[in-house]
Design a protein around this ligand. Structure first.
Ligand SMILES: *Cc1c(COP(=O)(O)O)cnc(C)c1O
Length: 439
């Protein structure tokens, strides 16, 4: 007896151009070129040059057998997700185009979009962890990520071991050995190695290549995936999959969205790493909505331009701030003095980014005076937008971090975090100069 679904030709998702062009005369096209059209065929949408926003909760099947076949993809009976569109909690044209284009930047096979960076992180961790498992993570992490691991996953018997961002290979070998012992004791496994580099707000870098080596040595077969939050330097200045990471994580709210007007997240990597997360996203929801996906497609067309300009601006601004008499130091990746950190930077990063910490001479009062006198730079948390933002982590994003931990992480009362935008760099310098003059 044959399965009725076998009689149906594998349907091509209707939005896909045939064939998809990714090379010309054997030359692979660059991401900046592919952002204008990859994954979308105007002929399938009345010739509309840009993808319409598909505001629908559900999709009509070609026939009953195709519906069954699509559900086999959704439920995991067939790996790799659904071949067609089913229901908007699972997928949609705008999200699929976005995911195809996001994967390109990191050289990934597949990507998944989410309603926020934290949704991406939490659904991914839940997909990989079971009771008794251990997560190994670098520190510090984005506060909500650290809180989710320590306070939420712990309710389900999942524990963690953390290590300092700058750790050496030997220290990584040691932390993995301890994690294996802890997992054995708890009747679980080491489920995931989770990195964030550079760390916020210290800009400390994690050696991804060393962790790749340490993971492979500790787990010759079936080791845990290495995931990394690449929000601060990606997708332009760091491509962690090239350095041995398995999954790249983004808050698309930051540089990728880039205009401080949306909240979204994503992960990217090989299909085998995406499939368990896609299955849980299908169950829990949390996929990016079509309107936000459309805005991200627009953002991706200029992400390289915006990041290049912001990076150049930051270089100029930091060169000015470095020697200013009211400045006590600057944590900018372009000025690393520590040889170990410099070595990691040179092996992993192609740019110094545009987010850095500035230490104002004095304490909180002096930092407040500086912030309150800025005119172009806005006083707000977040980063990676077209406009320059400044904040005081000790009094804002990291207010709830205990004093000893703040001290250990170097989060002092005079540390101002700055994210440089794409304004005129000389205007920015003039603004920083006059605000420092009031300190
Ligand atoms: C902002 C941020 C997140 C969380 O992303 P949301 O989109 O706000 O949920 C995670 N990691 C880093 C490094 C971030 O900067």
């Amino acid at each position: 007896m044959t399965d009725a679904t076998d009689a149906v030709e594998t349907p091509t998702p209707r939005r896909k151009p045939k064939p998809e062009i990714t090379t010309i005369a054997g030359r692979p096209l660059k991401p900046s070129t592919l952002m204008m059209g990859h994954g979308y065929d105007p002929a399938l949408s009345e010739g509309s040059l840009k993808a319409p926003i598909f505001l629908t909760s559900t999709f009509a099947f070609e026939n009953a057998a195709a519906g069954k076949r699509h559900f086999e993809g959704i439920t995991g009976k067939r790996p790799g997700g659904a071949e067609g569109l089913v229901y908007s909690r699972f997928n949609g044209p705008n999200q699929e185009i976005l995911e195809d284009r996001l994967a390109i930047w990191d050289g990934a096979e597949d990507a998944l979009s989410f309603s926020s960076g934290m949704t991406a992180i939490t659904v991914m961790l839940l997909a990989y962890c079971e009771q008794g498992d251990v997560i190994v993570h670098s520190g510090p992490l984005y506060a909500a990520t650290e809180g989710f691991v320590a306070k939420v996953l712990s309710k389900f018997g999942i524990t963690y071991i953390d290590f300092a961002a700058g750790a050496t290979r030997e220290e990584m070998d040691d932390v993995l050995a301890r994690a294996k012992a802890q997992a054995a004791e708890n009747g679980g496994k080491v489920a995931m190695i989770y990195l964030e580099s550079p760390a916020n707000p210290t800009n400390a870098l994690v050696d991804i290549e060393a962790m790749h080596g340490a993971r492979n040595a500790a787990f010759p077969a079936d080791g845990p995936p290495i995931a990394i939050d690449n929000t601060f330097l990606g997708p332009l200045w760091q491509r962690p999959l090239d350095n041995g990471a398995d999954i790249v994580v983004y808050s698309l709210t930051k540089y990728v969205g880039g205009h401080s007007d949306l909240v979204a997240g994503s992960i990217a990597g090989a299909k085998k790493w995406m499939d368990p997360v896609r299955a849980l996203r299908n169950t829990m929801g949390g996929i990016c909505d079509p309107n936000t996906a459309w805005m991200l497609l627009r953002s991706l067309e200029t992400v390289e331009l915006r990041m290049e300009r912001a990076g150049k601006n930051a270089e100029k601004v930091c060169a000015f701030l470095r020697d200013h008499p009211k400045v006590d130091g600057i944590g900018y990746l372009g000025f690393i003095s520590d040889p170990r950190q410099k070595d990691i930077f040179e092996r992993h990063c192609s740019g110094a980014g545009s987010t850095f910490s500035l230490f104002i001479k004095g304490g909180e009062a002096e930092a407040f005076r500086f912030l309150d006198n800025l005119t172009i730079a806005k006083l707000a948390v977040s980063l990676g937008g077209t406009e320059t933002l400044a904040s005081l982590p000790a009094a804002m994003t990291h207010l709830s971090v205990p004093d000893e931990r703040k001290a250990a992480l170097g989060i002092t009362d005079n540390l101002v975090r700055i994210s440089i935008g794409i304004e005129d760099p000389d205007d920015l310098i003039a603004d920083f100069d006059q605000a420092l003059g009031k300190v």
